[in-house]
Design a binder for this molecule. Structure first.
Ligand code: SF4
Length: 394
């Protein structure tokens, strides 16, 4: 009998109807070890060697569905780069400059009980630290993959904090990926939030429509979301980064969410070698509006350890790509803002005039209210990739 080639194995994945699989049992088939990965992808001796070292720091977890989107003949495949570890992750800092484990200031704004309270009006609950896939570019890279059931147990306390802080108008349930929690747990969480009067709306941040759309073939989940949405408006922010992620199955997942009256917004991360060209961004944004997903943010990749070196696009190049992309997109497709999610607040990158970058701050820390909505500028260098790399103008 002839040996199974990687191509054959991928053909086998193509034959699976993922919409018919139970979402919670299919997780057991996730590719989470080098041995499992080698059943699908050829790895050189050098790749095997570095993978062990990378996996010790940031585990791998790839659903078979997402793996099936990879073109096994293309080493530069964008899906592959987002899912499969490489030796680039061993570079803690690198040509793009210094890195940190916590660029968004999560630690500083952690109120305990899994609550991050950074802006007065928004509270973020870290509901779980598990994801159906561990993205190689994740900015919460230091968190995911570490078991921590405590955050779920503490949800009641998190809700108590929100109830006591009347300035909180909206809640983000995040993680990890909250849609990995059992439907009954999601239901209980929403039930608690339903009765907090001053909360106008709730967001559930999840990448499952992209990497694990079979989650939405659970009719009970759709009903839970639909019911809550009748009391308080629910939004699903998701995270498509490339047009190849827009498939019949992800489209169906989005349709099911939308059938419950819920708006799906998208937050893309700008990633070198994945979507850093006019053509890729155009295809992505046009693809999103085609399936009823609103392009919302395009995030500049954060200076995260083991991410920045190989994924961050220099701001000067990035701002030109965004400007040119927007020129050819219609009004709905270009609704996204190009954003730096900085510790001092969210900063929109508006454009550049020669080597001067023009920015507008759209959220600020409570202790610096004067910074909210300010326009400011900084001098660019070829490799500048983050606010600290800019020489700010007074
Ligand atoms: S799904 Fe989101 S939180 Fe989880 S690894 Fe990917 S980017 Fe990070």
């Amino acid at each position: 009998m002839s040996e199974l080639t990687a191509e054959d194995t991928f053909r086998n994945l193509d034959a699976i109807d993922f919409s018919k699989l139970e979402w919670n049992t299919e997780l057991a088939n996730n590719v989470n070890s080098q041995e499992k990965l080698e059943q699908y992808i050829y790895l050189s001796e050098e790749q095997k060697h570095s993978m062990k070292e990378v996996l010790d720091t940031h585990p791998m977890n790839i659903p078979r569905y997402y793996l099936s989107l990879i073109n096994p003949d293309d080493p530069q495949d964008p899906i592959r780069k987002m899912a499969i570890p490489t030796s680039e992750e061993l570079v803690v800092a690198g040509q793009m400059g210094e890195t940190t484990g916590d660029p968004y200031g999560d630690d500083k704004h952690n109120k305990g009980n899994g609550i991050l309270h950074k802006y007065p009006y928004s509270a973020l609950i870290v509901a779980t630290e598990y994801c159906s896939m561990y993205c190689r570019h994740c900015f919460r890279k230091r968190l995911v993959g570490l078991p921590n059931d405590k955050t779920v147990e503490n949800f009641q306390n998190a809700a108590k904090y929100i109830a006591e802080h009347k300035e909180i108008t909206n809640v983000i349930i995040s993680g990890g990926d909250p849609m990995m929690l059992p439907t009954e747990v999601i239901s209980k969480m929403l039930e608690v939030l339903k009765d907090i009067d001053h909360v106008n709306y709730v967001r559930i941040g999840t990448r499952t429509p992209v990497v694990y759309p079979l989650r939405y073939f659970d009719d009970e989940l759709i009903e839970v979301l639909r019911n809550f949405n009748q009391y308080k408006t629910l939004y699903i922010p998701t995270h498509f980064n490339h047009a190849n992620e827009i498939t019949d199955l992800s489209k169906e997942a989005v349709m099911r969410i939308r059938s419950a009256g819920i708006t799906v917004n998208n937050q893309t991360v700008f990633l070198k070698g994945i979507n850093d060209s006019v053509e890729e961004l155009e295809n992505l944004m046009n693809g999103l509006v085609r399936i009823g997903v609103t392009p919302y943010y395009l995030y500049q990749c954060m200076p995260v350890s083991r991410v920045r070196h190989h994924f961050q696009v220099p701001l000067k190049r990035g701002v030109d790509i965004v400007a040119e992309t927007k020129r050819s997109l219609d009004g709905y497709a270009k609704r996204f803002k190009f954003i730096m999610g900085h510790d001092i607040g969210k900063i929109e990158i508006c454009g550049r005039k020669d080597d001067v970058l023009v920015m507008s701050q759209i959220h600020s820390r409570p202790e610096h209210p004067e910074e909210a909505s300010r326009i400011f500028m900084g001098h660019l260098t070829e490799n500048a990739g983050w606010l600290e790399d800019l020489d700010l103008m007074q």
